[in-house]
Design a protein around this ligand. Structure first.
Ligand SMILES: Nc1ncnc2c1ncn2[C@@H]1O[C@H](COP(=O)(O)OP(=O)(O)OP(=O)(O)O)[C@@H](O)[C@H]1O
Ligand SMILES: [Mg+2]
Length: 374
């Protein structure tokens, strides 16, 4: 049976591991935190940093296929391993482009894929110059190691520039034009090692403080918009090497245009609903894709689904309460990731609701979320 190695043992790794176990595969993960969410159920966890060369090489020697659930994974070491014949998916070259948000934007622009205007900056003077052209507001973004909005600062005026530079001190930066979007959308796309491609339905993502908060599927947008978003996702895949699931985040603008915010070369928060609502979950699909199995159907098996994240709201030991009340609501599934420590805004779990309409599912998701504390 196939042995899968995952760099990263967080919730994404955990949900990949759950599916792998279902299919009789064994799983080995690397994560710096002992008993990480994936490490709790994997066959073995190497306790080491995502960038640890020795640990990644060891993992490579233990498995048939290497994958990653986090962009922090060391793409150089993964590339070395690939050159030595280890199978790594998606391609480390793709990871290398995507992990630098500036490089990723340059790559997309060169491919003729619509993105918000952007420019590299190094100083306050650079930013002031860019703002003359872009006008306020703009987003100041860290190029590397940014996630859950933690590498972003919105700049509304000159005073915010200083604040933004303090928040992102010591990091390489770029500026992006602010997009006054009507909605944010996301599309999951998958390619197998055999070259087969499948596209998931378009979802709407609702962010709060730059963090994904709620996902609605199917996205409540006109069908031409969904088709445009799916076509854009498919076009993007032509330029990205390697097998696996990709999460493509998009803006749907006031003028009806669709363009790309960013790409995740991995399973994605906006696809968690697929565990309960799709014929093939994104996690099973990723495993099928990287091991060369036939891809499964991406169709919904229910009319509608809403996912809501359970984010931490305090610092301390995690304690789950309210499951009993939340689970009394029909159609509610609760996922708790098993992280020992909670922190404000940390992703601790999520709730998925399936129902006949998005409105019904949404109301239940909000109600269930109110019951859960962690
Ligand atoms: N150019 C922009 N214009 C308007 N809003 C933006 C822009 N860039 C980012 N945002 C808002 O901030 C959110 C997070 O931005 P981005 O995807 O760059 O950050 P991230 O740290 O990678 O977040 P995540 O891990 O949640 O994807 C976006 O989903 C969107 O709501
Ligand atoms: Mg994002």
């Amino acid at each position: 049976m196939k042995k899968i190695g995952i760099v990263g043992g967080g919730q994404l790794g955990k949900m990949i591991t759950q599916e792998a176990k279902k299919m009789g595969m064994s799983v080995y993960v690397i994560d710096p935190t002992e008993k990480s969410p994936a490490g709790q159920i994997a066959d073995y966890q190497i306790v080491a940093d995502y960038k640890d060369e020795k640990a990644i090489k060891k993992l490579g020697s233990m498995v048939d296929v290497l994958t990653f659930e986090i962009e922090l994974a060391n793409s150089k070491v993964l590339e070395d391993l690939q050159k030595k014949g280890v199978s790594v998916h998606p391609s480390p070259k793709t990871l290398d482009i995507i992990k630098d948000k500036l490089k990723q934007k340059q790559f997309l622009r060169k491919a003729g894929i619509p993105v918000a205007d952007f420019v590299q900056v190094e100083s306050e003077k650079d930013i002031l110059n860019v703002v003359k052209k872009f006008k306020y507001p703009v987003l100041l973004k860290a190029r590397f190691d940014a996630y859950d909005g933690r590498g972003n600062a919105v700049i509304y005026n000159q005073r915010d520039i200083k604040k933004g530079l303090t928040k992102l001190k010591g990091r390489k930066l770029y500026i992006e034009k602010f997009v006054p979007f009507k909605k944010e959308l996301a599309v999951m796309v998958v390619r197998s090692t055999k070259g087969e491609i499948a596209v998931y339905p378009v979802v709407e993502t609702i962010h709060r403080d730059n963090i994904c908060h709620i996902v609605k599927v199917p996205a409540p947008v006109p069908s031409e918009v969904s088709k445009k978003a799916q076509r854009l996702a498919q076009k993007t895949m032509k330029y990205l090497r390697g097998a696996g699931v990709f999460g493509i985040e998009m803006f749907y603008s006031q003028k009806g245009e669709v363009f790309i915010n960013e790409i995740a070369p991995r399973v994605h928060n906006s696809g968690h609903y697929s565990i309960e609502a799709s014929i093939t979950s994104q996690f099973e699909q990723h495993l099928r894709a990287i091991t060369g199995l036939p891809l499964g159907s991406t169709k919904l098996k229910v009319p509608a689904s809403v996912m809501i994240n359970i984010l931490g709201n305090r610092q301390g030991e995690a304690k789950v309460n309210g499951l009993e009340k939340a689970l009394k609501i029909e159609g509610v599934s609760v996922h708790i990731y098993g992280k020992k420590e909670t922190r404000p805004e940390r992703k601790m779990g999520h709730i998925t609701v399936i129902d006949e309409t998005i409105d019904k599912a949404y109301k239940k998701a909000i109600a269930a979320r109110r019951y859960i504390s962690i």
